[in-house]
Design a protein. Structure first.
Length: 338
């Protein structure tokens, strides 16, 4: 459908007044779920994307881009997003940020709203999302860049190999002699980064001649308390692990805290690793052995790619940022006799 669809077209298709359409877009809480669904279905079908402001409406240039990140609860995305914003600011572009809370429906709604608010392009985290989100971006001809993961989609990505990085960490754990290994992962449903990290650990086990089905995986939300509870569940199993590979540093720090509460020494009694290398990884005691992700380079690269797309240029399709393992004090060989 053309981008020239009007508010009246949406109202006609949905069988409501233009006032109801406007209210649905600007104050959705004041519209019934049934009406809102009907209006948003019409918006999707028509590819209706209102741009706010007369100047923006006339020129189609708002000098604004959007980003939808999964969470603002911790520092996982902070450094990358900061570099992204700084690169945009240097080009005179404003950033609008939304947080989906790892909710796929909410993310799809936020993508739509950002474009309706005038975002000329969008930064997305990872590849796993509802098909209707990608369909909306295609219909509205909105350029987007994927970060924090590698992608085989047509749109550019500036990310890293989550599976390969997790596999490298698991190989390091195995090289130290650990065989009873567990994992505390983020929720893998609709989270390709978390799923790829679990896949990477399993691949390392296969390569090491171990049964990947023996890997105990606790999937939890990215929170210190959730990691602590997962740690307790793992440690009361018939054969507790000697090493726990965590899907990110928040989970790793939560696991270290739980180990201390249980009276266990890290890494003498239990080894724990993380992923991301956010600031807290270097300040917990012992320091968390983790995968360093160059968030700043990734954020700046994603900004450059998105700006190029907006200007009608063709940036490099895939930019793979190299990761590395940072050795600190939380990983060591298993206790003799463990």
């Amino acid at each position: 459908m053309s981008l020239r669809s009007k508010l009246e077209d949406v109202a006609k298709m949905a069988g409501v007044s233009t006032a109801t359409v406007s209210r649905c877009l600007n104050e959705p809480g004041k519209v019934t779920n049934k009406t809102r669904e009907r209006v948003m279905n019409a918006v999707d079908a028509l590819g209706y994307t209102p741009h706010f402001g007369a100047k923006a409406l006339a020129s189609r240039k708002t000098r604004t881009v959007g980003a939808v990140i999964p969470t603002m609860d911790n520092a996982i995305f902070a450094r990358g997003l900061q570099a992204f914003q700084e690169a945009l600011a240097a080009a005179g572009v404003t950033l609008l940020v939304s947080s989906s809370g790892y909710d796929a429906e909410q993310e799809a709604d936020q993508i739509r709203v950002l474009v309706m608010r005038g975002a000329e392009g969008v930064l997305l985290i990872g590849t796993a999302r509802l098909a209707k989100a990608y369909e909306f971006l295609a219909r509205s001809k909105t350029p987007y860049v994927i970060a924090w993961a590698l992608s085989d989609r047509e749109s550019p990505c500036v990310g890293f190999d989550n599976m390969g990085a997790a596999k490298a960490m698991a190989e390091r754990v195995l090289a130290l002699g650990h065989r009873d290994i567990a994992m505390i992962s983020g929720i893998t449903a609709m989270n390709d980064r978390a799923a790829s990290r679990v896949e990477g650990v399993r691949a390392a086990l296969v390569q090491g001649g171990l049964d990947p089905d023996r890997l105990s995986v606790e999937e939890v939300h990215y929170a210190f308390d959730a990691a602590g509870k997962a740690f307790e569940r793992l440690m009361v199993r018939e054969v507790p692990p000697t090493a726990i590979i965590c899907g990110n540093d928040v989970l790793g720090v939560g696991a270290i805290s739980a180990a201390k509460r249980r009276g266990l020494r890290v890494p003498e009694d239990i080894s724990i690793t993380g992923f991301d290398d956010i600031d807290i990884a270097a300040h917990v005691e012992p320091g968390l052995t983790t995968v360093h992700v160059p968030h700043e380079r990734m954020g700046a690269g994603a900004a450059a790619a998105l700006l190029a797309l907006i200007e009608g240029e063709t940036p490099q399709a895939t930019v793979c940022i190299e990761t590395r393992i940072v050795e600190r004090g939380s990983l060591g060989p298993p206790r003799v006799g463990a």
